[in-house]
Write a protein that binds this ligand. Structure first.
Ligand SMILES: [Zn+2]
Length: 692
């Protein structure tokens, strides 16, 4: 697509004309967006929205159409700030980051101003009585709006209200700094190696990349960085314990007071401040602690319910994890340090299943995996997915795809940005670029971002994925389908918006199941040289290995979930954050692997300290129960059963936040969720425990 903003012009007053961030419609013109566009666009768009808010305030008899104008205002801010936040995550140059940081407070200020607007709040309260109560979606929209006003402190007396706004500002800055420290600390670490025996065991794709990195700096040997694919490769494959220990230490001390970059980007004090301010904000709103506040927008209703849920899982899983660790230690013939576990686990997997993680890479070239993954979605939901070339983006590696209905009607689109590179946030995620909207004056199809950090393509070969990468891709694509297949017309309830956070991981974890199906593996695998699909013995081995160390990986997830939740429930202003103590207690209760004293994991826990998972990391496990149970309906009726898929699409994917999630689940499954399918899937015996 041609964009019109190759150069920008200055008006006599200094404002940038043709600012790509102020375009009223269409996709963001990513390649034209410069750091100097950010501030003028933010000033201009926020001023326009403030004017619109004033008009709204003047209308004394609210109607539902009146309420929808607030959706327009929020969408306008998202259209402005969404691309800025996205670029800050995937192309975080120093200039762009400065522009982001310097405007974050303006965006936060606008959000708080809106959330604390008493006139609008009053009108919504009036509207609640007037709205047609048989229209579920309308009722939901108004009740969410009222809830959000309350959670922004609208009902507080002036002093508390101002303090709440101040806290929101501070939190936004602190959380952004947390993420940036982590990104900088990750990017700054490099290990230069010239001894062949030290890099022995590393996959060729990693060696080649680090050889090129060394060459580019006129160095001999290998220059290894700490990007996620390299880190995982070292931990899984490096035969040298010295190298594994060095990488482990660098990884778990990033942005902390320990390790190779001690105190340079220390997140320790940020954690203290973030927890203190969250607690204060929760207390201002009348909650006992931040966890209670966090649960207002989730399916779980009380902290006790979350603790009980985690305790039930831990009791079932911990014995399994202990047994797995015992077997692994016996296999290794030595006591295992934290940096040995993945290495020996990989060896054990090879012996037990004749299956090596990296041996499968040649069978999973990225183009084939994408094609096969799209075929799964096409078969399930009767949609068509095709690449569209020439769409403007932020990096040459980015691609763009469209999703169409069987009748060839465009439903939505998504960008994919899949390779690790400097100045890009680690991990994998889906985010919204444009949200679906059917409003007067705004007719918008959803567009999502799907971002991963895979090994980039090598010399003359495509990016080759491990099966674990494949599962990650399916996970994020599950989110993408949720975002794009929505049929809700109002942005605040469309896609993943308005969905309780502990249910957001349902479609993603549901879709992971398809990466394992024997009938799907031939679709997503094709040797990048020979074209051969995954051989039958490898396929069988891969399936047999699915539950390998399921206990160990689940206790790790439970440890993170409990740590996050307890930090937020137990916070006591007099005692401070007590991060190390809480983590030690949680570990003594659920973990089975000893952690070295220098481990500063909390300083890297961006899900909780800069993402949306505060007092909500348990959501992964909570939603995994729903996802496994939803998938079990497909196991009963056929994994590609059209009726079941149609029901799933209608009840879960299409309805977004427009209805109660538990109702939607029960409608789909015919009953409340059960824990049994998850335990069965993980190879753990179940006694049929039901949880809500
Ligand atoms: Zn997810």
């Amino acid at each position: 697509m041609q964009h019109l903003y190759g150069r920008f012009r200055y008006s006599p007053t200094g404002a940038i004309l043709n600012n790509p961030l102020t375009a009223a419609a269409g996709l963001p013109a990513f390649s034209a967006i410069r750091s100097e566009h950010v501030r003028p666009a933010v000033m201009q768009v926020l001023e326009q929205q403030r004017q619109r808010l004033k008009v709204l305030e003047r209308q004394e008899t609210p109607s539902f159409d009146w309420a929808l104008q607030l959706e327009r205002i929020n969408d306008a801010v998202h259209r402005l700030w969404g691309p800025v936040a996205h670029l800050n995550a995937v192309l975080s140059s120093p200039e762009f980051r400065d522009a982001y940081n310097s405007c974050l407070s303006l965006i936060t200020e606008f959000g708080i101003e809106l959330g604390q607007n008493r006139t609008l709040h009053r009108r919504f309260s009036q509207l609640e009585k007037l709205v047609d109560h048989s229209d579920r979606t309308k009722v939901q929209l108004i009740s969410h709006a009222l809830r959000d006003f309350r959670l922004a402190g609208v009902a507080l007396e002036d002093r508390a209200r101002n303090r709440f706004a101040e806290i929101a500002q501070n939190l936004a800055q602190l959380q952004a700094s947390f993420e940036q420290n982590l990104m900088d600390a990750t990017d700054a670490f490099q290990h230069h190696e010239t001894a062949e025996e030290i890099v022995a065991g590393l996959p060729e794709v990693v060696l080649e990349r680090s050889r090129r990195a060394a060459e580019s700096k006129d160095l001999p040997g290998w220059l290894l960085s700490l990007d996620p694919p390299t880190y995982v490769a070292v931990m899984t494959h490096a035969e040298s314990e010295t190298l594994r220990k060095r990488f482990y230490e660098a990884w778990v001390t990033r942005a902390s007071d320990r390790g190779p970059q001690a105190r340079r980007w220390d997140n320790g004090s940020l954690i203290e401040d973030i927890l203190r301010l969250r607690h204060e904000a929760a207390e201002l709103l009348g909650f006992e602690n931040y966890a209670e506040l966090s649960l207002v927008t989730k399916m779980a209703s009380t902290p006790m319910e979350v603790f009980e849920f985690l305790a039930v899982l831990a009791a079932k899983i911990r014995p399994v994890a202990k047994k797995e660790l015992r077997e692994l230690t016996e296999f290794a013939g030595r006591s295992l340090n934290a940096w040995d576990v993945d290495f020996y686990a990989e060896r054990l997997k090879q012996v037990r299943f004749q299956l090596a993680d990296d041996e499968l890479r040649p069978y999973f070239p990225l183009p084939r995996v994408l094609e096969g993954m799209f075929r799964v979605a096409e078969t399930l939901f009767g949609i068509r997915i095709s690449a569209r070339e020439g769409v403007d983006s932020w990096h040459p590696d980015v691609r763009y795809f469209e999703i169409r209905s069987a009748q060839d009607e465009l439903l939505g689109s998504f960008f994919v940005d899949l390779f690790a590179r400097p100045n890009k946030r680690g991990g994998a995620w889906m985010d919204g670029c444009l949200v679906r909207a059917r409003l007067t004056g705004l007719n918008q199809q959803p567009v999502a971002y799907l971002v991963c950090n895979f090994n980039p393509p090598g010399e003359g070969q495509p990016s080759l994925l491990t099966h674990n990468d494949v599962v990650t891709l399916f996970h994020e694509f599950g989110h993408t389908l949720h975002y794009v297949l929505t049929e809700v017309d109002f942005p605040s309830l469309a896609g993943i918006n308005g969905v309780p956070w502990d249910a957001v991981e349902l479609p993603s974890q549901f879709f992971e199941n398809y990466a394992w199906l024997p009938e799907v593996l031939p679709w997503i695998s094709s040797h990048y040289r020979t074209g051969e699909t995954l051989p039958v013995d490898k396929l069988a081995a891969l399936n047999a290995s699915r539950t390998f160390h399921a206990g160990l990986s689940m206790v790790r997830q439970l440890e993170l979930a409990l740590f996050d939740f307890r930090l937020h429930v137990e916070y006591d202003p007099a005692a401070g954050a007590r991060v190390a103590e809480t983590l030690a207690q949680v570990r003594s209760e659920v973990a089975v692997i000893d952690t070295p004293a220098f481990n500063r994991f909390a300083c890297t826990f961006s899900h909780v300290f800069s993402g949306g998972y505060a007092a909500g990391y348990y959501s992964y496990k909570w939603a995994e129960v729903l996802a496994a149970d939803a998938f079990s309906a497909f196991e009963e009726h056929g994994t590609f059963d059209a009726d079941t898929a149609e029901k799933f699409r209608r009840s879960i994917l299409a309805s977004g936040g427009s209805r109660d999630t538990m109702d939607a689940f029960i409608e789909f499954r015919g009953r409340a969720p059960s824990l049994a399918p998850l335990l069965r899937q993980a190879g753990i015996q179940s006694e049929g425990t039901d949880v809500a």
